[in-house]
Design a protein around this ligand. Structure first.
Ligand code: HEM
Length: 417
């Protein structure tokens, strides 16, 4: 099941009496409005809804925030190590960050009783909070670890359609925060920023969102700001080659510290929504190759039916056009290249010309970005029908170490190995 589709509960648990009471809370929330609000205020003590009480595990084979179902709120933040900070400072920082991430993900205050917590997340449960850490190419220069830099962190090639802002791209360190509650997510963002202390400085920061769990009658694949069902073609955890496609395997690289880890390609992709929204639904569907209402391929069937890329209509034309986005990006047309897309939408108000500064914080996960993102983006760059309606404005590539065991911090095997 795709992360966006509401399944994949293997790493999560519900706390705070979220059995029947929690489910009732969710129903109230979904039924919505003032009634639900009043009920949770007046019934003392109120159980957390399943949204508040869902806890993602910090420790595990992989870092959290990769297989976690899409969360309603996300923050991405990149840091550069401060001048003079090197491997020792980086190790201490990762140790602090890991400790605070573990506490917050369990729904505990960031200061662990020491009085430093801002209180922003008080009253809320863990709310599926995840905090994920990655290393950029330059991290290895700054920490004297160039010999241990994996080839997967070679610079991404430039693409003809790139309009990249260097100030909002790359970075020594990258942190992805996700939660189903906006205050819980903001709280974690502040905690991560404060823990950076003198060791690292913010390079860029972006905010995103997805549909709130429970907003639809049943779990569904997410929609993006163009209104399309987005995430259908993702590799599924149940597929036999899923782990191999998404995560670095033992022996895959000469870099044992990356085992169980992954590479995140992050692209801020602006959507030119005024132009897009002028298209008829029929045109929009031909740009993607799938129906807008339910995500079904234009070759027929339902959302989960395989695309038939050779099927033609009565006029002899391919039902899924030659330049349709879903055709060009499909593994079938890219030698099996696949990636797990796990994005957030973003909206940062209006630009000076009145157009929405909105789009997709595209994040894709793969065992090797030069066999996942790069060949697919090369192909999209050459003839994707979607290209006139989007603009890649920022880019980053980060190696995300595997998950940690209790007592271990993220990246310890690199920094102390
Ligand atoms: C704002 C930019 C983008 C939008 C709105 C968008 C939208 C979509 C939509 C609606 C689908 C069909 C449903 C699905 O399978 O998820 C799709 C499929 C896909 N997209 Fe994109 N996409 C964007 C950018 C990209 C980029 C930059 C890449 C990678 C370089 C990419 C790779 C893919 C892949 C691999 C598929 C699945 C194809 C398949 O399995 O058949 N997309 N995209």
């Amino acid at each position: 099941m795709a992360p966006g589709s509401g399944g994949g509960v293997s790493r999560r648990r519900l706390i705070g009496g979220a059995g029947a009471a929690g489910a009732a809370g969710l129903v109230l929330g979904a039924a919505g409005g003032a009634g639900g609000y009043a009920a949770t205020r007046d019934d003392v003590p109120a159980a957390l809804t399943t949204i508040g009480s869902t806890e993602e595990m910090f420790h595990g084979k992989h870092q959290p925030g990769i297989l976690t179902p899409l969360q309603a709120r996300g923050h991405l933040i990149a840091f550069d190590l401060a001048p003079g900070a090197g491997r020792k400072e980086a190790a201490a920082l990762l140790r602090r960050w890991s400790a605070v991430a573990e506490r917050l993900m369990a729904g505990r205050p960031s200061g662990d009783g020491a009085g430093h917590d801002t209180g922003v997340a008080l009253d809320a449960g863990p709310s599926s909070l995840t905090v994920t850490f990655g290393f950029g190419r330059t991290f290895f220069d700054r920490t004297g670890l160039v010999a241990r830099r994996p080839a997967g962190l070679d610079p991404l090639p430039s693409f003809s359609s790139d309009h990249l802002d260097a100030k909002r791209s790359d970075g020594d360190l990258w942190v992805q925060i996700g939660s189903d509650d906006a205050l819980v997510a903001f709280h974690a963002l502040r905690a991560v920023q404060k823990e950076a202390g003198e060791a690292a400085r913010v390079r860029w920061q972006m905010n995103g969102f997805n549909r709130t769990p429970g907003a639809t009658a049943e779990p569904m694949t997410a929609r993006n700001l163009m209104g399309q069902v987005d995430g259908t073609g993702n590799p599924k955890p149940a597929e036999s080659d899923f782990e191999k496609r998404v995560f670095v395997q033992a022996g895959d690289a000469a870099h044992a510290w990356l085992e169980g880890g992954s590479y995140a390609v992050v692209r801020r992709i602006r959507m030119l929504l005024d132009d897009w929204e002028k298209l008829t639904v029929d045109r929009q569907e031909r740009v993607i190759g799938r129906r807008k209402a339910d995500g079904a391929p234009l070759s027929g069937g339902t959302e989960t039916t395989e695309m038939d890329l050779d099927k033609a209509g009565p006029d002899g034309r391919l039902l899924i056009p030659d330049n349709a986005h879903a055709r060009i990006s499909s593994p079938e047309k890219n030698g099996g290249a696949a990636m797990l897309r796990r994005p957030f939408s973003y909206h940062d108000g209006l630009s000076d010309d009145g157009t929405p500064d909105a789009g997709l914080l595209f994040i894709c996960w793969q065992a090797d970005p030069f066999r996942g993102f790069v060949p697919v983006q090369r192909k999209l760059d050459r003839g994707d029908a979607l290209s006139p309606f989007i603009r890649h404005e920022a880019s980053g590539l980060f190696a995300v170490p595997g998950g940690t065991a209790p007592g271990e911090y993220v990246g310890q095997r690199l920094l102390e190995g």
